[in-house]
Ligand binder design. Structure first.
Ligand SMILES: [Zn+2]
Length: 209
């Protein structure tokens, strides 16, 4: 949907809630309206390369559900300002904004309310421990529009708002790879509890062999 200059729109929700897909739709809508759109993502999030990708699990496999959009890796205010100057963009779009530092909060307000740009953002609201993720609470507070996207629980199919970490290191918030799925409050388990459960199961399995 087209937005007016001087606004910040945020798509948020859990992993697999469709927020990146909605961001891609908004980016494409503004491109179709012949606006110049700058698309960025945090340099540390190398999971999908230099693209914004909307994935859904179909037949057990993560599958791209929309055509990916090219994005520029950025890690500082300077990177972004340089690209804005170079592209003369009217629309600024960023995915996975929960990974940016606090400098990003001030920057997006400046772009929207001083430069009168259209700002389109997407990011995870909560981490796998159900705690607010990085700068997201402040980004949401400054937003003009917030769309909270709903996933379906991978276990029971009910509406889901939490991200389940399925493997890897239970102390790390972010890891590359597909170690996550959406779960409802009934089925969500803290990462360390899930690891303990699967460890317990493998001990039982080993002792019964
Ligand atoms: Zn569930």
């Amino acid at each position: 949907m087209l937005k007016e200059p001087g606004t910040i729109t945020v798509k948020t929700g859990s992993m697999r809630s469709g927020k990146s897909g909605e961001l891609i739709e908004d980016i494409n809508a503004h491109k179709r309206a012949k606006m110049k759109v700058l698309v960025v993502k945090p340099a540390q999030d190398t999971r999908d390369g230099d693209q914004i990708i909307a994935k859904e699990v179909i037949d057990g496999k993560p599958t791209n559900i929309k055509l990916p959009v090219d994005a520029n890796f950025v890690s500082s205010r300077r990177d972004i300002m340089r690209l804005i100057k170079k592209t003369h963009c009217e629309v600024f779009a960023a995915d996975e904004v929960q990974f940016f530092g606090r400098w990003f909060i001030k920057l997006v307000q400046e772009l929207a309310f001083e430069r009168k740009m259209i700002v389109l953002l997407a990011g995870l609201d909560l981490d796998a421990w159900r705690k607010p993720f990085g700068i997201m609470p402040e980004i949401l507070a400054h937003a003009t529009y917030v769309d909270k996207c709903q996933a379906s629980c991978f276990v029971c199919g009910r509406p889901a708002q939490f991200t389940q970490k399925l493997g890897g290191d239970p102390t790390k918030t972010v890891e590359p790879g597909d170690h996550y799925e959406a779960r409802c409050f009934r089925c969500h388990v803290m990462p360390e509890d899930l690891m303990a459960e699967s460890l317990g199961a493998s001990i039982i399995k080993a002792s019964t062999v």
